[in-house]
Design a protein around this ligand. Sequence first.
Ligand code: NAP
Length: 359
Amino acid sequence: MTRDGAVTPAIGVALFGATGYTGREAARLIAGHPAFRLAAIFGGPERHGVPLATIHPSLRGVVDDLCEALPENGRLHPLVAGLSARGIRFALLATPEDSSMRLAPALLDAGLRVVDLSGAFRLAGADEFAAWYGCDHQAPGLFARSVYGLTEWRRDAIAAADLVANPGCYPTAALLAILPLRRAGLLDGAAPVTVHAVSGVSGAGRRMREDLMFCEVEGSVRPYGLSRHRHLVEIARIADLAPGDGLLFVPHLAPLERGLICSLSARLTAGAGPREVAGVYAAAYGETPFVRVAGDDRLPSTGDVRGTNACALGWTLAPGGRHIVVHAVIDNLIKGAAGQAIQNLNLMAGRPETEGLPR
Ligand SMILES: NC(=O)c1ccc[n+]([C@@H]2O[C@H](COP(=O)([O-])OP(=O)(O)OC[C@H]3O[C@@H](n4cnc5c(N)ncnc54)[C@H](OP(=O)(O)O)[C@@H]3O)[C@@H](O)[C@H]2O)c1
């Protein structure tokens, strides 16, 4: 029981990376969830004993707990065995790849089920990871065990998984837009799919970087990461397109705190038109709680989904009717990260997919 007499939610979740941006959103969502309990919170090495709400003042009165620290000697097994002994069955990693690669094997060994927000387990294997992330993988054996967590397309596999690789923010929006057309065979394979994307600055996380300081980003939009962006290979892998010849990805940084839009253009197969396009989107998302599809009567904007776990899609055909442009907007910190992670935890714990999530 809590102090106000309410029943304490039963399912304990340990949150790592709680002091970051996606960690803040995850902490808020878990604290307000009817079935999950924020049972342990971890920040970076310097945060031991610090109240989470002093780092995220917006959590004052929502999460009053202190951060725990990871052991400095790097020996994680006693710590994760302790989590298991406290009845904690789930872990959410809102940490960078190097920390997730270290944490996930120890947590899985102790019997916890893990949702990882980083890119550590999203690709096909250690070679592809090394090529795109520029470092060796520390737990290559886990690729075979991880399930890519794009909820709307992998519900059964996610429900049964013990390691879910939560998708990146751009891939979430881009794939929700591409997959219905791609799987239905409506895209002409002779022409590349081009994804133009714009993201707010929180997409890069909270750590200090000179090129992300206010005076560097305010009042200006710039492209970045054109040929080497890690999300290019992630989108390409899941959509089964070749990076470069089959898929181009052109991300931009905009002076927004949060939110992103992916606008993808592609050529339709001969004979495909508005009726077929509307049909495949209705079939893919007509029954889903978080993906809203509109045609070109009201194209979506990032403000439509701010603070929610929704993805809003809108599409239009270019003059001549052979080329389609599809727009997908999400809140990068919610549907692009912490919200989709809770959506996946809901499935893994046998809870309703929508539980505890803002629509
Ligand atoms: N931001 C997004 O829109 C977004 C979307 C999808 C996925 N992601 C992914 O989600 C993860 C978190 O992203 P974020 O934007 O929340 O990053 P962030 O704001 O930079 O937060 C990173 C968190 O990880 C902790 N951390 C860093 N090094 C650590 C270490 N060696 N040991 C333990 N904890 C450590 C940090 O702790 P301290 O700050 O206390 O040191 C902080 O709590 C990343 O892998 C990112 O790629 C982010």
